[in-house]
Design a protein around this ligand. Structure first.
Ligand SMILES: [Zn+2]
Ligand SMILES: [Zn+2]
Length: 273
């Protein structure tokens, strides 16, 4: 029996004797099956290969990023938020080994895990078991959980306060239960973590909002308007996306300007055609 992991998206499945027939995350229109076909591995195989390592990087007081090198699966970055004795792992990555566990324990461990959306569920249950932590997932994305666990807590509604200054907001769009994390880091300006519910584009001054990134399927204007209006009520100056792209300042304003440009493009107001 193995907990098989899809090599393309990095999501782990519940225990089975044979490989799953397909990956429900990758066969869905927001992801893709590799041109080389569906391939499976296991976390044990990844660790035994000695090919991978997690790079844990100090970002600012109370914040580290965690990324697997070389890239595995989608290649997202997770973040460890250390907030007055409450450590939150925001989003997750597939690869985890004893070195990762030791380093994170030295940083205070993990009290809770929260996910932006199903593309980063990865091996979240392995992380939850290693640190005995609950996993917070919005109930609207329940159907995408491929490895059930008693550690998973499905939350409902539009907002969940995990601790004072650590708040999850469901904004939808990319997925129905798509969630962002607002962190009040004891400074004047807060920080927003967006997964790829919002993505920072090449120049780190603009963002975009897509239904599918690999398949280039945009979101409709009414949804982008709603997301922008929800985000406008949050307090943040800096923004981190799932690919370690950062808007260093005035991020809240940049999200609003970007939403306006996006909507104008879709409504054909940007072009002379
Ligand atoms: Zn997959
Ligand atoms: Zn995604």
């Amino acid at each position: 029996m193995n907990y098989y992991v899809c090599e393309t998206c990095g999501v782990q499945y519940e225990k089975s004797i044979v490989e799953p027939s397909e990956c429900k995350i990758c066969t869905e229109e927001r992801q893709y099956v590799s041109v080389n076909g569906q391939k499976w591995t296991t976390l044990d195989e990844l660790v035994a290969s000695s090919q991978y390592k997690n790079k844990i990087t100090f970002e600012e007081d109370g914040l580290h990023s965690i990324k697997t090198v070389p890239t595995f699966g989608i290649g997202q970055t997770a973040y460890l938020v250390q907030h007055s004795h409450f450590n939150l792992l925001w989003d997750c990555i597939t690869y985890i080994d004893t070195e990762t566990i030791t380093t994170i324990k030295e940083l205070g461990g993990i009290n809770a895990i929260a996910l932006s959306h199903p593309h980063y569920y990865s091996s979240q249950v392995e992380w939850a078991e290693a640190f005995d932590a609950p996993i917070y997932i919005h109930e609207d994305d329940k159907e995408w959980v491929t490895r059930p666990s008693e550690h998973i807590v499905f939350w409902s509604g539009e907002e969940l306060i995990l601790e004072e200054g650590i708040v999850l907001h469901r904004v939808g769009g990319h997925f129905k239960g798509a969630t962002v994390l607002e962190w009040q880091n004891n400074k004047k300006e807060g920080v927003l973590f967006v997964g790829d519910i919002i993505r920072v584009v090449a120049d780190r001054k603009w963002v975009t909002f897509m239904y599918s990134y690999p398949n280039f399927i945009p979101l409709p204007t009414n949804i982008v308007k709603r997301i922008a209006s929800q985000i406008d009520s949050l307090n943040f100056g800096k923004l981190f996306d799932a690919f370690h792209r950062v808007i260093e300042k005035d991020a809240k304003e940049r999200v609003q300007i970007s939403a306006t440009r996006y909507i104008e493009a879709l409504e054909n107001k940007l072009f002379e055609t």
